[in-house]
Design a binder for this molecule. Structure first.
Ligand SMILES: [Zn+2]
Length: 260
């Protein structure tokens, strides 16, 4: 069976003005009301939110994987209570070097998520583009974040969320070799519940997306998934043509113009 895994970034309070958030991260900031609307849709369809560790061997069709990247404090404040209220679980991918910084969760909050049934995964130490790093630094980013999380949580951390949409086989193999059970990447694929190794694609939830896009993903509507796949392929081609650094600079410029 194949199921969608969603990736959210920063869920923000409705009172926060989007203009106060840097342009590059605005597309990934969803108002709390919109997030609650997503969860209500799932609930009304008899659909349940699960963590990444529950994907493998999943038999229930009406489930959706829910993940959060980067460890934003507002995910703890706004998203976690909404999940709890509905009996949903999710995986929170933490950048260990960001823990306790302004706008990011601290260890007390992360431990509470874990205690209340959420899964904690690693999202590296410093959130680099791993493709730009040498072998030893990649290994350090992947292992040190796991170790730090495990030291604080006192339990194995089994999932790695690759930062950004840049990944290759070597990065995935390194993560699996150092002991992660699952690796989440940003490719827009449905996750195969029988796949070994457990490498899962995810669908990014962006501010500009309509609720229809969300419904299309959740319902696995072939046309919606096809549209998303085509869009992603187009982006990938651009990235290949421009090179990563030029692409990132171009994207930043485009976003600040669009948001200004
Ligand atoms: Zn990230």
């Amino acid at each position: 069976m194949k199921l969608p895994i969603l990736v959210y970034h920063r869920i923000i309070s409705n009172e926060i003005s989007i203009k106060d958030i840097p342009a590059v991260i605005r597309p990934y900031c969803l108002p709390g009301g919109r997030f609650a609307e997503h969860l209500d849709y799932l609930l009304n369809r008899g659909c349940k939110g699960i963590s990444v560790s529950e994907v493998f061997g999943q038999k229930e069709f009406r489930v959706v994987g829910i993940t959060f990247d980067d460890g934003w404090e507002s995910d703890y404040i706004k998203a976690f209570p909404e999940l709890e209220k509905r009996g949903f679980r999710a995986t929170f991918y933490i950048v260990t070097g960001y823990v306790g910084r302004k706008n990011y969760m601290d260890w007390v909050q992360i431990k509470e998520l874990k205690r209340k049934g959420m899964e904690i995964g690693s999202h590296s130490v410093t959130h680099p583009c791993l493709l730009d790093l040498d072998k030893d630094t990649i290994l350090q980013e992947i292992t040190q974040s796991k170790q730090v999380l495990e030291d604080h949580l006192g339990e194995p951390v089994e999932s790695f969320g690759v930062p950004y949409a840049f990944v290759n086989r070597r990065i995935i193999e390194t993560a699996l070799k150092v002991g992660y059970e699952t690796v989440c990447i940003s490719n827009t694929w449905l996750a195969d519940t029988a796949a070994v190794p457990k490498i899962y694609g995810r669908y990014g939830m962006r501010r500009g997306d309509s609720i229809e896009t969300f419904k299309g993903i959740v319902e696995r509507r072939p046309f919606e998934l096809f549209k998303i796949a085509i869009k992603e392929e187009g982006k990938k081609c651009l990235k290949r043509l421009m090179g990563r650094q030029v692409w990132l600079a171009f994207r930043e410029k485009l976003l600040s113009r669009r948001n200004s």
